[in-house]
Design a protein around this ligand. Sequence first.
Ligand SMILES: Nc1ncnc2c1ncn2[C@@H]1O[C@H](COP(=O)(O)OP(=O)(O)OP(=O)(O)O)[C@@H](O)[C@H]1O
Ligand code: SF4
Ligand SMILES: [Mg+2]
Length: 322
Amino acid sequence: MNSIVAVSDLRKRFNLEAGFFSRFGRFVYAVNGVSFTIGENESFGLVGESGCGKTTTARLLVRMYESDGGKISYRGADIKNFGRAELSRYRAKVKYVFQDPARSLDPRMSVYDVLVSGLRCSALWPGKKQAREKAAAILEEAGLAAGDLERRPAEFSGGQRQRISIARGLIMEPELLVCDEVVSALDVSIQGQILNLLLDLRGRRKLSFLFIAHDLKVASWFCDRIAVMYKGEIMESAPAAGLYKNARHPYTRLLFSAAPNALQADAPRAGAFTAFKGEVRTALAASSGCAFAERCPFAESRCLAGKPELSGDGGHLVRCFL
Ligand SMILES: Nc1ncnc2c1ncn2[C@@H]1O[C@H](COP(=O)(O)OP(=O)(O)OP(=O)(O)O)[C@@H](O)[C@H]1O
Ligand code: SF4
Ligand SMILES: [Mg+2]
């Protein structure tokens, strides 16, 4: 399978101190050596608790942040070398859909203006008449009505706003949609509707996804492959079906056990989505050994002394000494 993006050993740290104190450099290692690829028409899931580095990874991928190390390639080209025009073409092809549509949709703009704002200042602008037709068609594809173009985002429910957000992403004709917690803030039944919409779009438009979620079972349902992140590192990475049946890392098992629901274990995508609840607590302290050691029931002395490598076979990789 041809990969659209390939990420290797990606790193990003943030300085916790500002001004004078910044020279003493206390850092949070938000993304700490992350590697993955996303192929054509593939859904790759990035899963983990709040603060594990999912959004930072996504923002690095579209160069909203510059990395401190590692490499991101788009169809073989290092995105670090992209000039302004190439970067803007790249961001149309690898399109970020924001975590929080309530905040990312300007309440003063009409839905039409929200949808075409990116298009307007790009080389893809087709002219006024065609832009309106395109916006209407994409809004309908996202499950709203063409007549909604004149309304304001504030007039819509959370799920409908998420549809507007997705439509805004689609209008640039992307190859890969970066969906950052697009269903997390929604009611369980609405979650299912949005996930089914994404699945539809994936089939119809041959889209790829970087699907970010803190909920492993939601991601298992939607994705082909999943990486589980903890404190900026990938702890386990595997085909979604395999991970569901055969989670090996203690953290992955914790995540699965923390999300009781109605999904069928043997058929991650059989029939329509059935939603569920469940969340686990966050850990923030830094560590020099295994990042998960402080919460791991199997931790032994070697787990504190050194970091396990991410290793394995058959596409199933685990970062654990056991
Ligand atoms: N701009 C920033 N400045 C300083 N620290 C940041 C910044 N962005 C993220 N961080 C820190 O980096 C770590 C990773 O954050 P990130 O937003 O990537 O996590 P996340 O997995 O997306 O979490 P959530 O599920 O809550 O969205 C956190 O400790 C966060 O506080
Ligand atoms: S390396 Fe040790 S602490 Fe880390 S997950 Fe494995 S057993 Fe637990
Ligand atoms: Mg996030």
